[in-house]
Design a binder for this molecule. Sequence first.
Ligand code: SAM
Length: 240
Amino acid sequence: MRIDALSIFPEFFEVLDLSLIGKAQRDGLLQINRVQLRDYAFDRHRTVDDTPTGGGAGMVMKPEPWALALEDVLASEGSAARPTLIIPTPSGEVFTQAAAQELAEHQHLVFAPGRFEGIDERVTDWAAERFEVRRLSIGDYVLNGGEVAVVVMVEAITRLIPGVIGNEESLAEESHSDGLLEYPVYTKPAQWRGRSVPEVLLSGDHAKIAAWRQEQQRQRTRQVRPDLWDAWLENHSADQ
Ligand code: SAM
């Protein structure tokens, strides 16, 4: 997969050179290009923002530097004919595990995180003629800029690419992979500061362990995320 991440603070994306995502880049499974948006602003101060038309607080990102930067991505060697452009925004659809799974199949993702009050809306319309555009939110809160949201999405998406995670079985049992939250996990020692691991996990009875874990998943989801629990019940009404 190829990823282009554009920003006035591309240094935010350096964390993606660490750990498994960094290794995936070194192994050639993933290519992440960081692009400085100010390289596409040509006045003396390399200005990328201006006052909001119609008045109001804050500043808005100007459209032209974005168009020039995105055109350069499209024209670069190895670009997909119609890449997927992800615009992080608190006013977008919520980014979920299902979205991560779907995006992990794409060949070329481009991220356009905003700063200030966001990006001039016309960039979305302009880009829709050249990219498959998604406006995605990582949750119901507001960050100062979209770079951290990019890091969150890139990590969630790229760990699903075959070969990025050593033990791919672990992906199948995680929270949100089957609509339920994960069961509690334990390691050694069996006794720790007066607390024991649940007896069933020491039994060696795999069927019993699997049944206990499923029950824990259901209980936890019911208590912590009634919204997910209702959706799971609806999807599994035929199995009950
Ligand atoms: N004025 C905007 C609004 O109320 O929707 C918020 C702008 S925010 C200060 C600046 C940038 O941070 C946004 O353009 C977006 O890229 C990013 N951002 C903030 N919160 C986000 C979230 N929950 N999910 C994704 N991106 C977010």
